[in-house]
Design a protein around this ligand. Structure first.
Ligand code: ACO
Length: 325
């Protein structure tokens, strides 16, 4: 267990909505196929004047307001993202935008596991006593990197951001965690660099750029349904509790069938599963805090509830954290 307590939450999703019917005008698909295979009905995408750092900062500012914390007292800002505006990182831009002028800020890249990895990383600094207050943001805009002609991927993703304020309150509210990665299977889900990797050797200017997301959906599906139940069980065991003690299951919002299978394998009824997948799709690092914010604000999640969170995705990477809200 780690002495780190969630004391505030906020989120931000872009205004523009892209429905399944909108996608059916772009690629050979249908609302019925997408809804049945994934559980997604629509997703939000960044407008031209919106940026990743902007939605990340709005989510963070809302979380600080919710926690009633003065931004100048924040010690640490971590932004989990795989789609920053600036490849050097967006965390300093977010810290500046929210007025966290005394904080150190850095990014973490771990695809759809990013928020979970950042949550555990931030909690270590609080548990050790190094810092008192941290803002952990998960934000992605994969709409920028998806091939909008590829029906196998473009139907899945949406853009969004969520943030949690953590404090060292002396209570071990991160009850247990378990993080995993496996680079040997990374080819199943990638966002490959397509520019010239070593332009200086050829004395030429790199034209740079990235190829769109590539994904072997079936392999990712098998990986998620195989690994997520066991990583949650390991985190629960580290916390000294079992599935029967879990009030809510909050998985990375990738596919409703993955959520059903994982709940089933843990012996949990589906009414314990928190989801906003239908309206947001897969927002990568944004998905867990975005869904949690909605569940907290609607009164579904109450103070003291035990939430089993799990992220999984490219890397491959996956992990679980058991949080007392
Ligand atoms: N509309 C209509 N038909 C489609 C579409 C579409 N959008 N996409 C694929 N199809 C077709 C395929 O071509 C195939 O046709 P065929 O049988 O004639 O060859 C058929 O539908 C079945 O395709 P599958 O890929 O086997 O479909 P599946 O049931 O596996 O669903 C899906 C695909 C939804 C992508 C699923 O595999 C999945 O959700 N996988 C997990 C993906 C995931 O979660 N990725 C994100 C991880 S997080 C991160 O790090 C970003």
């Amino acid at each position: 267990a780690l002495c780190a307590s969630p004391i505030g939450i906020g989120s931000c999703a872009p205004e523009s909505i892209v429905s399944n019917d909108d996608l059916a005008e772009m690629v050979d698909t249908s609302d019925e196929w997408i809804a049945q295979r994934t559980g997604i009905s629509s997703r939000r995408v960044l407008a031209h004047d919106e940026t990743l750092a902007k939605i990340a900062a709005t989510a963070a500012a809302r979380a600080l307001e919710n926690a009633d914390v003065d931004p100048s007292t924040v010690d640490l800002v971590i932004v989990a993202t795989s789609s920053p505006d600036d490849l050097f990182g967006d965390a300093t831009a977010v810290a500046a935008a929210i007025g966290a002028r005394n904080a150190v800020a850095f990014d973490i890249t771990a695809a759809c596991s990013g928020f979970l990895f950042a949550l555990v990383t931030g909690s270590q600094f609080l548990h050790s006593g190094a810092y008192e207050t941290a803002v952990v943001v998960g934000a992605d805009a994969l709409s920028r990197w998806v091939d909008w002609d590829d029906r196998g991927t473009c139907i899945l993703f949406g853009d969004g951001a969520g943030a949690v304020v953590l404090a060292n309150s002396g209570a071990p509210d991160l009850l247990g965690y378990e993080l995993k990665s496996n680079g040997l299977d990374r080819q199943h889900l990638q966002l490959p660099y397509a520019g010239d990797e070593r332009p200086i050797r050829r004395m030429s200017v790199s034209t740079g750029g990235y190829a769109p997301i590539t994904m072997n959906g079936r392999e990712v599906y098998k990986f998620a349904t195989r690994e997520v139940p066991s990583v949650i069980k390991a985190a629960l065991s580290n916390a000294g509790i079992g599935p029967q003690d879990v009030d809510w299951l909050l998985l990375h919002q990738a596919n409703i069938r993955i959520m059903e299978t994982v709940a089933d394998r843990l012996g949990l009824p589906f009414d314990k599963v928190l989801t906003n997948l239908a309206e947001h799709g897969n927002t990568s690092a944004g998905s867990i805090p975005l869904a949690l914010d909605a569940a907290v604000k609607s009164g579904q999640v109450k103070p003291g509830d035990v939430i089993a969170c799990a992220g999984f995705g490219a890397g491959l990477s996956w992990g679980a954290a058991i949080i007392r809200w």
